[in-house]
Design a protein around this ligand. Structure first.
Ligand SMILES: Cc1ncc(C[n+]2csc(CCOP(=O)(O)OP(=O)(O)O)c2C)c(N)n1
Length: 350
């Protein structure tokens, strides 16, 4: 059985990161993992309803692609976006409260798991229609160019989205207009219950190549390699080089959503167990740091206790807030942009 999505190159190196930087990256990935484990638990006892797609196993892709961005860059994603929202700087309490459907949530409790927004943090959702965010990202990229800014837009889609028509139209326009967008395809090998190899005649990165966009592949379970690779792409795009296309090879450790089985009929339990054992981005970084004497078991335990506390506080924050009031049905419906390009929601500037 093929264990690694791509050959583990450079796993013996720490890619020039300092000990402090490595600790920060590990701590953040641990936070994402514990946050989602808490969401899993809250879903099981009915505190979270509706759809809930966990990102467990894919944390390296979130941290490696978002970590090297500037705070004023934009990220836009699909429905498997909890950890990406956290990586972009949203407060864990506001994200958890959104999952709980509470008024203190990032989208005032009206979006739920699939529709997390953080306008201040440059996190533009959270979208439930597969591939739709690609068109929005192209539009945001166009706006960045129109305003003469040097921000970068990172658009995450899943592997199933690359067969959507909108994805192709978006890539073509971005290439023609040389927009500052990095299209990141998180290839976790399955779209719901369908293996990507069964529904595509070509490799994922060929979709970028088809539109003349420089395209590459990185091992998303190696957060450090992903981070360094993204740094390169970000500086090319910020420098006016036009869009980039990146396939991040990863693996989903849980079912498609909380209401689906972990393996189902489309993959075996053995495959999931094998990949969970060998391809866990957190374990990979932890082991490399320990081997290099940059982390002790005690430090790891202290870090884990610290992030667990943050997650517990996030859940308590979510529990405390009420559901949105009926009047909230009439807010956040229309927005307006004034002639200076400033964005208003309900009369308040965002
Ligand atoms: C346009 C559209 N078609 C179908 C669906 C139903 N649907 C929800 S998730 C999903 C699979 C998407 O898989 P992928 O893009 O690989 O992302 P992943 O779930 O693996 O993160 C499908 C088909 C949808 N939400 N939108």
């Amino acid at each position: 059985m093929k264990v690694s999505a791509v050959p583990r190159q450079g796993h013996d190196t720490l890619h020039g990161f300092t000990r402090e930087e490595l600790l920060r990256i590990l701590r953040r990935m641990l936070l994402y993992r514990r946050f989602e484990e808490k969401a899993e638990e809250a879903y099981a006892i009915g505190k979270i309803g509706g759809f809930c797609h966990l990102h467990i196993g894919q944390e390296g892709a979130a941290e490696g692609c978002i970590g090297p961005l500037r705070p004023d860059d934009y990220v836009i994603s699909g429905y498997r976006e909890h950890t990406q929202a956290l990586a972009k700087g949203l407060d864990p309490g506001r994200v958890m409260a959104e999952l709980y459907g509470r008024s203190s949530g990032a989208s005032a409790g009206k979006g739920g798991s699939m529709h997390i927004f953080g306008a201040q943090e440059g996190f533009l959702g959270g979208h439930g229609i597969v591939g739709a965010q690609a068109a929005l990202a192209t539009g945001v990229g166009w706006a960045v160019r129109y305003r003469g800014e040097d921000r970068v837009v990172v658009c995450f889609v899943g592997d199933a989205a690359v067969n959507q028509g909108v994805f192709h139209e978006s890539l073509n326009m971005a290439a023609i207009w040389k927009l500052p967008v990095i299209y990141v395809v998180e290839n976790n090998e399955y779209g719901m219950g369908t293996a990507f190899r069964r529904v595509s005649a070509t490799e994922i990165k060929d979709r970028g190549v088809a539109y003349g966009i420089p395209s590459s592949v990185v091992d998303g379970q190696d957060v450090l390699a992903t981070w360094r690779h993204m740094e390169g792409l970000i500086s090319e795009v910020r420098g006016g080089g036009g869009p980039r296309f990146l396939e991040v090879r990863t693996y989903r450790f849980r079912g498609h959503s909380m209401s689906d089985p972990v393996s189902g009929t489309y993959r075996s339990r053995e495959e999931v167990a094998e990949r969970t054992e060998h391809d866990d981005p957190i374990k990979i970084l932890r082991d490399r740091m320990m081997e290099a004497d940059l982390l002790t078991q005690e430090q790891l335990e202290a870090m884990d206790a610290e992030v667990r506390k943050i997650v517990e506080e996030a859940a308590e924050f979510a529990d405390r807030a009420p559901a949105p009031s009926p009047g909230e049905l009439y807010t956040h419906v229309y927005s307006e942009v004034n002639p200076h390009g400033r964005l208003f929601f309900d009369g308040r500037e965002r």
